[in-house]
Each structure stands twice: as structure tokens, then as C-alpha cells.
Design a protein around this ligand. Sequence first.
Ligand SMILES: C=C(OP(=O)(O)O)C(=O)O
Ligand SMILES: [Mg+2]
Length: 400
Amino acid sequence: MTRITSVSLRRVLDSRGNPTVEADVLTESGGFGRGAAPSGASTGEYEAIELPASESIAKAREHAVPRLEGVYAGDQRAVDNALRAADGTDDFSAIGANSAVAISMAAAKAAADVLGAPLYQHLGGAFRGENFPVPLGNVVGGGEHAKEATHIQEFLAAPVGAPSVSEAVFANAAVHAAVADVLDERGVPAAKGDEGAWAPPISDAEAFEVVDEAVDRVEDEVGFEIRFGLDMAAAELYDDDREAYVYGDETKSADEQIEYVAGLVDEYDLAYVEDPLDENDYEAFAELTDRVGDRTLICGDDLFVTNVERLQDGIDAGAANSILIKPNQIGTLSDAFDAVELAARNGYETVISHRSGETEDATIAHLAVATDAGYIKTGTVGGERTAKLNELVRIADDAV
Ligand SMILES: C=C(OP(=O)(O)O)C(=O)O
Ligand SMILES: [Mg+2]
């Protein structure tokens, strides 16, 4: 029933206006699934390879599509193994992780369509759909996502006390609006960065004050606990030659960076800190985790790149206590599931994540529910971000 009869690929726009890959999968019995690849700007050194969209499509048409015809879409491992076999490299550099992930997601959706089940249920089983992730909402940002703004890439609202996912989603939008008010009161103009967060030309120190104030205001309004967190994207701050983290005119050694982040965790009661250190420094990650891992999540994004081997290295070293899961960092849903399972077996929290370049594809909302992830990071406002947030609201409302 779920046997694949056709896979078509096309170039579509992502949220930055760049071309990305969209895949349609059709099955024998009329099942249909569509998936589109997101794209990062602050990519990790060890991610699977994204090829230019046209090139990836041409390569996938030649090597992957013939292998996929006849494979059962309902057997996700078979689909993803066919993609791996068609590619033949460890990092999808032959066909591009962008075509691979688009096809992998489209096949899962086609199978769910045939089965008449929501995608999260097809992927996660009959008992999923009760627990929802806490949405981490980017409200202020800079780094690679907005020049002339903060050095820290993302300040993320974390409505940890929200009684429902819907209230959490609306709380994040309220914090986003409150940040605009606080900036306005300070006379700071702000455009938006790639993910829809405010990108004001202020120091990191001032951004902490602004976000702290905005979170407090919304917390008072909604009456449940809202904390905040960071994606420091520290691999982008780290200069290999100077062996230091560079914040404009200031630099910090690894020890100073650990000290700085540990201080921020305590001062602002941070719920979450992603990539506080360079992607090659497991040891420093372990030291920081040892210091503050009992009271906050230390999450590896560029550190782990959704890769089970890198995650296992982190587990062995005691580096971080959570992992960011981005399916396009590794190329297939099966690989992403393997990373989630390895994390869960070792007590690491999982955070399913969007990319800075996104489409209206909402697969990650289903992936988060299917894997029982504690958190999802998918922005706060903007159509390609609300596509995922509204899908979570629909899943909670049994409306998918
Ligand atoms: C979402 C992120 O940004 P990008 O997609 O640019 O890697 C991130 O670093 O977590
Ligand atoms: Mg990150």
C-alpha cells in the first residue's frame, strides 16, 4: 500500500529567499507527502553537506529516485537506507543532505497519509500526542542571523510553567511583543533577524536587561513561570588563531568563557544554554556541564550535529546534558531518531529545532511530539515559524 511510485523534486524559496529543495512522494494507493529542506547560516563544521539546490536535485534524480521507486514509504528505515545507498558517502555530499532530508520527510508524510494517521502518530506510535514540548522562542538575536546586533546569536523565551502548549506559544509571542515595547522605551530601533527575532544594535549586556524585563512583564500577565535561555553559537565567536572567543574588541579564553557563562546562568536563572563553547572543545563543555548542568540545560548543536558518533563522544566526556536535533544536519529522519534514542538512553534531553532558513514545512512539530522531546526551538513569529507553532496547537487540539 505504501509502495513508492514516484518522487518529484523542485526548487522552492526558503524564508531568506534562497532556493531550497522540495520533494513530493506518491504511493501506489494514492498516498501523498511533501517535504522541504531548511538551511542553516551558522552551520556546524561537522554537518552533512547541503549542495546548491539545483545540483542536489539533479544528483538525487539520477541516483536516489530510481532506488526509491518500489520501496515502502511506511518503512522509514528502508527509505532512508535507500537514500544512504544512493549517496554512498558518510555526509550526503554526493546527492546533498537537502534532497535527502526533503525526501525522507516527504516519504514519512506519504506513509502517514496512506495510514490515515497524523504524522506524529505514524512516527511515534499510538501513545504519543499527550505530551508537548516547551517551545523555545527566539526574541532577540544577532550573530550570523543579524549583523550589527548582539554577539550572542539567540535570546530564547522559555515558558516552562505554561499549562498547555497553546499558552506557551502565545506567551512567547507576548514576550516578543514586550521586547519591542522595552526597546521602544529605551529609544532603541530594531529590525528583525533571519528568524524573526528583534535584532537591536545593543550590547549583549543590555540585551540581557531587555529580555529579562520583557519576560518579567509577561510572567506577571500570564501567571506562570517563564524563564529564558540562549544559543551562544560559540563556534562562530571562536577564533582558532587567537584561541579565544571574540566579542567585538574583547576576547575571552576558554576558561573565561566558562566563567562568563556560569555567571550568566546564575544571574539570570537561565533555563537553557546552547553551544556555549566551541564545537571542538568537548573538555570545556564537560567542565561547564559539571558546574551548572544540575540547574540548566547545556545543549550541543554544532557540537553534536545530530550525529550519534559525536553524541557518543559527548556522553563519554560528560559534555552537555542535551542535544539539538536538526534532521537536515544528518540527512534523514532515521538518523535523527537514532540520535534522539541515544540521548534518551543516556539521560540527555532532546530539543527538536528549526534552521534559520525555513519553509512552511511543519514536520519538526510532529517530530517533537513523536519523540516526546522536552523542547522545540522554532522561533516565535513569522509565517515559516508559526507554521510549526500552529501545527503544535493543532496536534494538541486533535485537529491534524
Ligand atoms: C537555528 C540555528 O541557526 P542555523 O540554522 O543558522 O544553524 C542554530 O544555530 O541553532
Ligand atoms: Mg544553534
